[in-house]
Ligand binder design. Structure first.
Ligand code: ADP
Ligand code: MG
Length: 201
């Protein structure tokens, strides 16, 4: 069994994040947590790659459609459709346009609770309601209603894996094994060492 500190997650800085000059800021946030960057590359994905990415999880279409319906209801608004799958079909078509519009940065971050902690600091999907202090909450202002009115994807700077299982499939989808590097980083001694006995001379 793997030690929890070896958990990995996939992060993609979407084209709007690159265009907004936020690569450094975003990397800094994950790095500051104590996570270790084990893979990084810039690429322009093609539409088939984006569709395959979002449909790796067979539940994604249903869950994402339901999440959108719930968010409309919570605001007292009528959702664009009552059928989650109809909603996601549109979202997926728009995501293909969004993610292929320019270069993206794909990264793999490793560390204890990498998946959850990255999601926490990234913030909720809709920037309008993402918590203050999260990357999406602090650096962008989009909403479902605005995106849906213009028939485009919500621009929220980042993709981050939703679960450890999702992360494993997504990492394999974006990176070849040889593109990831196993190495030790000195701050792991402080984050994970049981006795902290290597500091004093
Ligand atoms: P997350 O990226 O937070 O995991 P989802 O997996 O639910 O969110 O959705 C994937 C991406 O699809 C979102 O990051 C966002 O860019 C886009 N998206 C989700 N729901 C909608 C929607 N109702 N309208 C437009 N775009 C959406
Ligand atoms: Mg997701």
């Amino acid at each position: 069994m793997k030690h929890p500190k070896e958990e990995r997650t996939l992060v993609i800085i979407k084209p709007d994040g690159v265009q907004r000059g936020l690569i450094g800021e975003i990397v800094k946030r994950y790095e500051g947590l104590g996570l270790k960057l084990v893979g990084l590359k810039m690429l322009v994905p093609d539409p088939a790659h984006v569709e395959a990415h979002y449909t790796l999880d067979p539940e994604w279409r249903k869950v994402t459609g339901e999440k959108t319906i719930k968010s409309y209801r919570e605001k007292g608004l009528t959702p664009p459709s009552e059928d989650p799958l109809e909603i996601t079909a549109k979202i997926l078509a728009n995501l293909k346009k969004y993610l292929t519009a320019g270069p993206v940065i794909a990264m793999v971050w490793e560390g204890a609770h990498a998946v959850k902690i990255v999601r926490k600091i990234t913030g909720g999907t809709e920037p309008l309601t993402s918590d203050v202090g999260t990357i999406r909450g602090d650096y962008v202002l989009d909403s479902y209603t605005m995106a849906d009115a213009d028939n485009r994807a919500v621009r929220n700077l980042i993709h981050a894996s939703g679960s450890a299982g999702e992360a494993e499939a997504e990492i394999a989808h974006w990176f070849k094994p040889g593109e990831l590097t196993d190495y030790r980083i000195i701050h792991e001694e402080i984050l994970y060492d049981v006795n902290l006995d290597g500091i004093l001379e």
